[in-house]
Write a protein that binds this ligand. Sequence first.
Ligand code: SAH
Length: 388
Amino acid sequence: MLPSHLNGHSALGRGRPRLSAAAASGDFAAAGIGAAAPLEEHDRIYFQSYSHLGIHEAMIKDRVRTDAYHTAIMRHQKFVEGKVVLDVGCGTGILSVFCARAGAKRVYAIEASEIAVQAREIVKANNLTDQVVVIHGRVEDVDLEEKVDVIISEWMGYMLLYESMLPSVLFARDKWLKPGGLILPSHATLFMAPITNPERYESSVDFWRDVYGINMSALVPLAKKFTSEEPSIETIGGENVISWPAVFKHIDCYNFTAEEFKSITTKYKVSSMMLAPIHGFGFWFEVEFNGPAESSHNFPSNLDPLEIIQKKRRRSSEDAVLSTAPEDEPTHWQQTILYFPDPIEVKQDQIIEGSVTVSQSEENPRFLNIHLECTTGGQTLVKDCAMR
Ligand code: SAH
């Protein structure tokens, strides 16, 4: 069960796993593979969370997500037809079935959680056993008979990086992808921007000042702590965003490494478009589905963040992109908000700058530590929080 402040404004109800809340019980075993290494506790809890149907239901019912993958597969059909595909974390097997229907010769559908059992039945019920091989195990432990032409995976967690599943995809790329092979999605960009959200702040913090005529202001410091100590998963709108977004990180899945994933630091500098109180920072992402050739052409490593934003404006409906931006249709990822304990007033055109570090927690590599520094109008705020 999600703490209510984490899914307060969810349009889609349940979302991805929050691992601190996941049930730690159950008889999970990475069955189906001979010499699998025993799972570490954090992985056991992680895969346990994906054995629940509710998570798969939320993902599959998220049409923005599922349609984007389907469109991407069909757009790249010539790379899939007659080819070998590896689906990293197939869940119910939906993306593997899409690939098989798009003409893949063989799909290796790898899934470490117990849902692999049902994925196998789904493949059978759809008469795809000749094409789709479901393997119940971790992609790090499986042995395939051949290298693959395409890797597909839906690895994105809240704030893109939560869950730390991307390193498993990179592992699969380095071990199993043929040179020149296709990775779907190919690129991911995590954006950030200061946001204003007076209603949310009032309902969480100011609320305590007068409760049924009782002065409960003694709870205000606790409310500020509670609101700001953990990132909040909620849906905001474009009207809450007060500057052009900054690019926190652009990831090229053809070249990114697990080492780089461990800790990412970015400096940002944005300018407020209005007079408003800043209540915190919002984070959201988009992923693109490009071929390896397109990637080197379109994405030089030193791509200017502004170019990425302009690219978005030029985008046509032909492009296969999955966006979780506040101005776009809501998804089950919503947006991730880091609230400040106290708002900071900014004027129009005021510069807001600083840096953000997102790193994998040492206690549990699936958790994130976030360090944010923000300077504006002579005030500096430093905030550390963890996403568990
Ligand atoms: N592809 C499915 C499920 C995506 S959710 C869909 O699009 O609906 C991610 C899935 O990857 C989860 O089911 C999770 O258990 C699985 N997974 C994550 N890391 C994995 C790993 N290292 N090896 C195998 N499966 C993994």
